[in-house]
Design a protein. Structure first.
Lengths: 421, 245
């Protein structure tokens, strides 16, 4: 208890630095996953992708990151267990951050795909179950989270399959695909804008103390979506098509329209990624801050300190700005036949799934969801070749990440305990 | 700053791109076999097209020119072969594709046979300095042109593969390809009829010609017909490819 009063600010500083580093790592590391499909299908240049990512990752983190942050902060662990020894929770959360950041570094260096979500959840469960007591973990919540890791890729795969097939029906398999594309693509933009703004308004803005009623929220979401669609329509109108190449390249012209749609879905993807993954960096920090600020009292109702979400957003943006360019430069080449009409379906499905998960406070993996969506488009015979070996590697690395994150966090937890007591 | 060190490691190993591919969603997308397949049949058609200048050089008995054209043809056949091998290597099992891998490889094999046949024809003619009898030449050239047209039709259908991918291998685009394959079959039927007439006319000339040359002339007529047969088989494989799943 005394330790929190004496070294409280030191602990907050440590947590803030590691959390910021973690956010930075997420920005640097995951940008390829969130934006890669857009750059790969040449809908965006690297520079455009980075600017979009910076704006929308921050917006997602700040506006819609609150629910998942709450889950990481107090949803996995039974806080009542720590009432008598809140310092253990503080040590644990800092250890979890250290563990996840260390694993992010090691795995990146070795070229293994990492899910920051899996490592932080594994780390929190690890320190609580082994370092404190198995009863300190809310196993039913953890079960729900792990279940969501299996279900969300499935859901996003099904949505991607449906979106892709709808685009086939409405646009590609028609007499005049270009006209159909001009008519329907703004509708997809509307859909993307609607889902994102509805989730944000209903779930995300709570922590900003903006309480918007059901009907109002719905109305605002529709208005936002209409604005998005109208802007899209203007840009589609301004596209220049190669009219002379009438039949032979008609799909090339259609893809130009989809490339515009992909800019919208890329924004959605960045927003979704920010809204879900920011919590991995700042959820533990939020827990530490709330305990220290309350002088060791674990207040169940306390809200997140105002500066934490922006800090996470800033960290992600900094990671993007410093490192993203290098990461993005390596992609773009090597992907053949990922046309915008496929990329948009995968991105739109993944973004919607992730944002809905963010609204429900479920920490899920953006990459996992996107892989599910890509497989969904593949099922609809839309992608030339998918490397199942790579898909398997990604899945395996996620499974490995859980025990590794847990083990590292237990180690750091014991180290912190011996240093501070 | 630790990231800077990592970056250094990456650059030193010069396999950063490889690492990123494994490290991100992008490794999930394997190289598309469709463009190389289209490129392959373009090479094959270009190769068999060389037979037209080849035979016109032969009919002028300009054997040095014919040898030059044959070298060019042979080079194209080798290029097609190399592309075939590369495509096979790039198409390991464990890829999830909208078409069956075995069907795709079989299609590739059929495509490649056209180029092989064209090379056989040029080689046999040049090796024996075999001449097409003057009275048959016009008829033979028309037959050759029609057979090559069949290979071009097959290439046209194969070139629809990227549009087929765009449309998820269904709907109008499939109908369009079906139509092309029907046209291909019609051309092949046509070449069969032409072949029958050509054989009959050669039979009438047999007594005036060197018997060994006659034997080889029949063989050449067969082989030229093979071009159209093989093209038709490419169409058939494509149809099977579309029908699966």
């Amino acid at each position: 208890m005394d330790i929190l009063l004496n070294s409280g600010s030191t602990l907050v500083m440590i947590a803030a630095v590691v959390g910021l580093f973690m956010a930075w790592g997420i920005g640097a590391n995951d940008v390829a996953n969130a934006m890669g499909t857009s750059v790969g299908s040449k809908a965006l240049t690297i520079k455009q992708a980075i600017i979009i990512a910076m704006v929308f990752e921050f917006a997602g983190a700040y506006l819609a990151g609150g629910e998942v942050t709450s889950t990481i902060r107090k949803g996995i662990i039974d806080a009542s267990f720590f009432v008598d020894s809140p310092e253990l929770l503080v040590f644990g959360m800092i250890s979890a951050l250290f563990a996840a950041a260390t694993w992010l570094l090691i795995a990146s260096a070795l070229g293994w795909p990492v899910s920051t979500t899996h490592s932080i959840v594994g780390a929190i469960v690890g320190f609580a179950a082994v370092g404190v007591s198995p009863d300190a973990v809310e196993w039913s919540k953890v079960g729900g989270i792990v279940g969501s890791w299996i279900i969300t890729p499935l859901i996003s795969g099904v949505i991607a399959f449906l979106i892709f097939n709808s685009a086939q029906k409405l646009i590609f398999d028609t007499d005049k695909p270009l006209q159909q594309a001009k008519r329907w693509v703004p509708m997809y933009m509307f859909f993307a804008g609607f889902v994102l703004s509805l989730v944000t308004i209903k779930k995300g803005l709570k922590h900003l103390d903006l309480h918007i009623g059901n009907a109002d929220g719905f109305l605002y979401a529709v208005i936002t979506a209409v604005i998005v669609a109208l802007i899209g329509k203007v840009f589609i109108h301004r596209l220049k098509f190669d009219e002379s190449a009438a039949l032979k390249t008609h799909y090339a012209n259609v893809e130009k329209v989809f490339a515009l749609l992909m800019i919208v879905t890329a924004c959605a993807m960045a927003f979704a990624h920010g809204s879900n993954d920011v919590a991995n960096a700042i959820g533990p920090l939020a827990a530490v801050v709330s305990i220290v600020d309350n002088g060791g009292q674990i207040a169940a109702k306390s809200t997140i300190a105002w500066w934490i979400l922006p800090l996470g957003g800033f960290g992600i943006v900094a990671g993007l700005a410093l490192f993203g360019h290098k990461v993005m430069a390596t992609i773009g080449t090597g992907i053949t036949h990922l046309t915008p009409s496929r990329g948009f379906a995968a991105e739109l499905a993944a973004a919607c799934t992730v944002v809905i998960a963010s609204g429900s406070g479920l920490p899920i993996s953006t990459t996992q969801t996107l892989v599910g969506a890509v497989l969904g488009v593949g099922m609809a015979r839309g992608i030339a070749a998918i490397n199942l070996g790579v898909v398997r590697n990604i899945v395996v690395s996620w499974v490995v990440t859980l025990p590794v994150g847990a083990a590292l966090s237990i180690m750091f937890f014991w180290m912190m305990q011996s240093v501070f007591s | 700053m630790r990231y800077d060190q990592l970056e250094l490691i990456y650059n030193e190993n010069n396999n950063w791109k490889h690492i990123m591919a494994r490290n991100s969603i992008l490794g999930v997308f394997a190289k598309s076999p469709i463009k190389p397949l289209e490129k392959h049949i373009k090479l094959v058609v270009k190769c068999s097209n060389q037979l037209i200048p080849f035979f016109s050089a032969c009919s002028e008995q300009n054997w040095s020119e014919a040898a030059k054209v044959r070298r060019k043809l042979s080079k194209l056949e080798q290029d097609a072969d190399a592309l075939k091998r590369q495509l096979r290597l790039e198409l390991p099992g464990g890829l999830f594709m909208p078409v069956d891998r075995a069907d795709l490889l079989e299609l590739l094999t059929q495509q490649d046979k056209i180029a092989n046949r064209a090379k056989d024809i040029a080689g046999r003619i040049l090796g024996r300095k075999l001449e097409i009898p003057e009275s048959l030449q016009e008829q033979f050239n028309a037959y050759l042109a029609r057979c090559i047209e069949a290979t071009e039709k097959a290439a046209e259908a194969i070139n629809e593969l990227d549009d087929l991918l765009e449309t998820g291998f269904r709907g109008r685009e499939v109908d369009l390809v079906e139509k092309m394959i029907n046209q291909l079959d019609a051309i092949e039927d046509d070449t069969d009829t032409m072949q029958i007439v050509l054989r009959k006319d050669l039979l009438a000339l047999e007594s005036e010609l060197n018997p060994v040359d006659v034997m080889f002339l029949y063989q050449i007529i067969d082989w030229v017909g093979d071009l159209a047969d093989l093209a038709e088989r490419v169409g058939a494989r494509l149809e099977i490819l579309l029908a699966r799943k």
